[in-house]
Design a protein around this ligand. Structure first.
Ligand SMILES: Cc1ncc(COP(=O)(O)O)c(C=O)c1O
Length: 360
């Protein structure tokens, strides 16, 4: 008998899996503080929940392409509805972009570390992910090394801005160097809403038709479980995404939630809450001799190598001492002792502050 595994495309087994076991653990143990997944700790407002509930009453109908929402998002960014494609969270954009631009054997270029969903989804296209380590001194993209890695097989480039897990912004001058290559490039702006004073890179989309942006309602807007995101690009690129996304990729409820949350303006209060706690964490960690990187999302990368502990040891200690889950980070440029943390509910944040006080 043939092994059933051999009947399946081999790259399904070799692609790096994006493991979500930590979510199973967090849902099964609500007493644990969820400070490891860059979630928003503030639930949707009643207005948003009402919009979802109202739409659920029409749940017997198939959704359309949500022109009104796309128009609203277009207005927000100064582009047309035709420049916007809606996704089932930006993870769907990540998956679609791999399938749109990469064929087996092609190369996808990004940094190391990065959001691990990217190499995973490239792997399911049987494409090779080329990851260039961040610069040692400041954990900024190593632009020169990335440009040097480009070759005729490079068919897609990723820049996350601000980057995950570092939270650091890239300069426009460096972005232009990538864009000028003429190779399709995704600028993932998942966390940009935490800094509304910084504009989305719409000018790049207008100047370079092969550059597109990825946005999500999962982070500052706090709709990770509702699942909605969108990409902004040249109409031809948008058309390709719409063909690659499944028809009806979004539930009526997700569309209603996104429309409602834009109207409530509740994102502002969520952003302030996040940025206040980020500052408190950074100050407390710095006072203990750790190095929190200047972060612009809802997560902070911390170099705690002064403790002489590994990432896993620090994360375990947070769990043992205060029942908060923070994220392990693989050694960066050979150095151990990094972790990443996201503000949780006020009570979880207080627990994390206690952990800082007692452990470091
Ligand atoms: C850089 C980046 N992009 C995209 C996502 C995916 O978000 P979602 O699929 O919930 O929109 C994440 C999630 O953590 C992320 O860190």
């Amino acid at each position: 008998m043939t092994d059933i595994k051999d009947l399946i495309n081999p790259y399904v087994w070799t692609a790096p899996e994006y493991n979500t076991a930590i979510l199973d653990k967090a849902w099964a143990h609500p007493e644990l503080g969820r400070m490891m997944l860059n979630e928003n700790p503030i639930p949707p407002s009643d207005a948003v929940v009402d919009a979802i509930t109202e739409m659920a009453k029409k749940g017997n109908r198939y959704p359309d392409r949500a022109y009104r929402l796309r128009e609203k998002l277009g207005k927000l960014h100064g582009v047309a509805a035709e420049n916007i494609a809606l996704a089932n969270g930006s993870s769907e954009t990540i998956d679609a972009m791999m399938r749109i631009f990469l064929q087996p054997g092609d190369e996808f270029l990004c940094s190391n570390p990065t959001f691990e969903m990217f190499p995973s989804r490239a792997g399911y296209c049987n494409a090779k992910t080329v990851q260039i380590p961040l610069r040692d001194e400041d954990l900024q993209y190593d632009v020169d090394a990335m440009l040097a890695a480009v070759n005729e097989k490079t068919k897609l480039i990723l820049i996350i801005n601000p980057n995950n897990p570092t939270g650091i912004f890239i300069d426009d001058a460096d972005l232009h160097k990538f864009a000028q290559l003429g190779i399709p490039m995704c600028i993932d702006e998942a966390y940009l809403d935490y800094h509304p004073e910084v504009e989305a890179k719409i000018d790049f989309v207008k100047q370079y038709p092969h550059v597109f942006l990825s946005h999500t309602f999962s982070k500052a807007f706090g709709l990770a479980g509702v699942r909605i995101g969108y990409m902004v690009g040249h109409p031809t690129v948008v058309e390709a995404f719409n063909l690659m996304y499944l028809p009806w990729n979004l539930s009526l409820m997700a569309i209603a939630a996104a429309e409602a949350i834009l109207d409530t303006g509740e994102v502002k209060q969520k952003v302030e809450y996040n940025n206040d706690w980020m500052k408190k964490f950074a100050d407390a960690l710095a006072a203990k001799g750790c190095k929190p990187y200047e972060a612009h999302g809802n997560y902070m990368l911390v170099d705690a190598s002064v403790t002489g502990k590994t990432s896993a040891e620090i994360v375990q200690a947070a769990s043992d001492m205060q029942q908060v889950i923070i994220k392990t980070i693989k050694p960066i440029n050979g150095k151990e002792g990094y972790f990443r943390v996201t503000p949780g509910t006020p009570e979880e944040c207080e627990r994390f502050m206690k952990f800082i006080e007692e452990y470091f």
